[in-house]
Design a protein around this ligand. Structure first.
Ligand code: ZN
Length: 453
């Protein structure tokens, strides 16, 4: 997820007189079996997918490496207005509950959004200043999160490797040619493809290349060396957010046909869309194969997305079945992010592939707890040992930072997991002991087995 939007998009805060979280979920908490709830509360979570920000000094530019795709796409263009899912809107009272718990901020009722943003930022800044570079770790401790997988362009000293595990972005490798055809599609695709180009050129420079490698062999070597470097720098997975740029139907072209496209167009001119796809499909499988060789999982955004030009059909996980079923890629583990919302039932069936997992990150952006619980139950009824907890914590606005969405999404997903397990217990599908066991698997043990922490 990458949607960072300007505070101008904020809806006025709804009246939420009591700031306690229970008031934000009605009586849902009381429906979770109390011993299951206790188990979920005390288990230290592993968060499979998030975008934590680095702590920056006052004289440093703000951190923009928490995502590969550019922030603030949309609000600058009136034809590109973001219509956010209701749970993500700043008026959701759960954000006020997060501010209260994290910064002790209570805020006066009826404050205008701008004034509230200033007050929240000041309250947060005090806590950041008190903890300095240990602030991100303090946030994890506050959430009872042991380890957070940080999907970022690069890491930093305030995100120490024992608590934050790196997941770099691999999409840039699929955009080595002239990207005019993407630029022409719409403002979002123009911004995203431009971002992939910039990242790829930065990677060339970091690899000592002043120009793109002239031959396909050298390009593949560059990709492979880059991934080896990531692994040695602590990466545990790579992430594709390709669905923001194109659909996930990945063909299986020959190396010769991909090489022909690269050789023809790497120095000049534009490939046709079909030619570019041939190259991209080959490169996707190449990256996935290398990830398997290096013991890196492949994370894939396959869900709805944020942005007025996003195509939800791009997020259909069934389009990846040819990849899951490629015998050459059975050594690669794929993790479907964001529960594949809204393809949740279909996504559950994808867990029948031995190398496919799913996470809960970001579900609370798209739906409220009752609906999130329904989706979680679909996955648990299929393969509880392949479901991973996650938040997709991301900075959204000046007043809603990554730590706030870490707080809200962790809380909603813990609650929804409790509701799903309680429902399964009440329907006689599992015992209370098994419910507690599954809770621990999802919150922690499945991730430990997958990543070998
Ligand atoms: Zn994300």
């Amino acid at each position: 997820m990458f949607a960072r939007f300007k505070a101008g998009h904020a809806l006025p805060a709804v009246a939420c007189v009591a700031l306690f979280t229970a008031s934000c979920h009605g009586n849902l908490e009381s429906r979770v079996d109390s011993s299951v709830s206790a188990e979920l509360t005390q288990t230290r979570a592993i968060d499979n997918h998030a975008h934590p920000a680095r702590v920056t000094a006052p004289n440093e530019p703000p951190d923009h490496e928490f995502d590969a795709l550019p922030a603030d796409v949309g609000p600058t263009d009136p034809s590109n207005e973001l219509i956010l899912p209701a749970p993500m809107r700043p008026g959701n009272p759960i954000f006020r509950a997060a501010w209260q718990d994290l910064y002790g901020y209570r805020g006066a009722a009826g404050l205008k959004p701008d004034a509230e943003t200033k007050e929240v930022s000041a309250a947060r800044q005090k806590v950041v200043a008190a903890h300095g570079d240990r602030y991100p770790v303090w946030v994890l401790n506050k959430l009872n999160t042991d380890i957070m997988l940080a999907n970022r362009v690069s890491m930093g000293k305030s995100l120490p490797g024992d608590r934050f595990k790196w997941v770099p972005f691999a999409d840039m490798f699929l955009f080595p040619l002239n990207n005019e055809s993407y630029f022409r599609l719409d403002p979002d695709h123009k911004a995203y493809a431009g971002s992939e180009e910039r990242l790829l050129h930065k990677a060339y420079l970091e690899s000592g290349l002043t120009l793109p490698p002239p031959s396909f062999d050298e390009y593949l070597t560059f990709v492979s060396h880059r991934m080896e470097r990531w692994k040695s720098d602590g990466a545990v997975a790579v992430k594709f957010e390709l669905a923001y740029l194109r659909d996930l139907s990945i063909g299986n072209p020959t190396r010769g046909s991909a090489e022909r496209v690269f050789t023809l167009y790497s120095q000049s001119s534009q490939p046709t869309n079909e030619e570019y796809r041939t190259l991209q499909d080959f490169l996707f499988r190449e990256v996935a194969g290398e990830a398997g060789r290096l013991g890196l999982a492949v994370h894939i955004h396959c869900a709805a997305g944020i942005g007025s030009y996003y195509r939800s059909a791009n997020g259909d996980p069934a389009k990846l079945e040819e990849v899951f079923n490629d015998p050459a890629l059975r050594g690669t583990n794929f993790v479907l992010l964001h529960g594949c919302w809204p393809y949740t039932q279909l996504a559950a069936t994808e867990l029948s592939h031995p190398n496919v997992y799913i996470d809960l990150s970001g579900l609370p952006y798209f739906a409220y707890p009752r609906e999130v619980a329904r989706s979680i139950r679909n996955y648990l009824e299929m393969a509880p040992e392949k479901v991973l907890f996650g938040s997709d914590a991301s900075p959204l606005t000046e007043s809603i930072g990554w730590e706030d969405t870490a707080w809200t999404n962790t809380q909603v997903n813990r609650l929804a997991l409790g509701l799903a397990l309680t429902g399964m217990m009440e329907d006689g599908e599992i015992t209370r002991d098994r419910a507690k066991e599954i809770g621990k698997l999802v919150l922690r043990e499945n991730a430990r087995a997958l990543y070998r922490f």
